[in-house]
Design a protein. Structure first.
Length: 182
C-alpha cells in the first residue's frame, strides 16, 4: 500500500459455487488483465470465456458486457463500499483501508504471505478477502462472499508502479450499446 500507487497484471479467476442439493461444487474460470491507480481507478478486462470490461474512473463504475452489448453505469462510491476492488484500488493509504476493513495476519500458504481483510460493515455481500503476497508484490485474492461462493484470483506478471496513461481509466460506451444507469 505504501509503495505502490499503480499496477498492472494478468489474472486467472476461479469461482467456486457451493454445492446445492447433493450436487458437487461448480467452478468456472475466467482470464484477463487488471490495472489500477490509487485512489479509485481500476480496470478489469475479462477475455475468456466471456468478454467483459469493468472500469472505475474515480466517479463512475462502468460494466460492459460484450455479448449483450450492454453497459451498466453506477456511481462508484455507492457501488464499491467494502469490496475487493475497494481493498485494492480505492483506499489512498493504509489508514483509509483500516477504516473499512479489519486486517489480520493469516498463515503462509502456497508460498505466499496472507493478510485477512474482513469488512467492518456486515450488511454487504462480502464476508472476507485474503490478500496473498509474494514478497511485496500482490499475487492473489481469495474472496468469500456471504452466499458461500469463493473467488480465487491469481495475478501473474505484476508490474508495480507501472506508467499508465490517463486514458486507461476512461470509458466511453461503444456505439449502439444499451446503457443502463443504476
Amino acid at each position: 500500500m505504501k509503495g505502490t500507487q499503480t499496477g498492472k497484471a494478468d489474472f486467472t479467476q476461479t469461482v467456486t459455487s457451493p454445492p446445492k442439493d447433493g450436487q458437487t461444487a461448480r467452478t468456472k474460470t475466467s482470464t484477463g488483465s487488471f490495472e489500477f491507480q490509487r485512489p479509485g481507478r481500476f480496470k478489469f478486462v475479462y477475455k475468456k470465456p466471456f468478454e467483459q470490461t469493468i472500469v472505475a474512473d474515480g466517479q463512475t463504475l462502468w460494466l460492459y458486457d460484450v455479448d449483450l452489448n450492454q453497459v451498466t453505469q453506477r456511481s462508484q462510491s455507492q457501488a464499491l463500499g467494502s469490496t475487493p476492488a475497494a481493498l485494492l484500488a480505492s483506499a489512498p493509504d493504509l489508514s483509509a483501508l483500516k477504516a473499512e476493513f479489519t486486517l489480520e495476519t493469516s498463515p503462509d500458504q502456497e508460498g505466499l504471505q496472507w493478510v485477512l481483510a474482513s469488512p467492518k460493515t456486515r450488511d454487504g455481500q462480502l464476508k472476507s478477502v485474503r490478500v496473498g503476497f509474494a514478497g511485496d508484490q500482490l499475487a492473489a485474492l481469495d474472496i468469500l462472499d456471504s452466499f458461500g461462493q469463493r473467488s480465487l484470483i491469481r495475478f501473474t506478471g505484476m508490474q508495480a508502479n507501472a506508467a499508465l496513461p490517463a486514458s486507461t481509466f476512461q470509458f466511453k460506451p461503444p456505439a449502439g450499446a444499451d446503457v443502463v444507469k443504476q
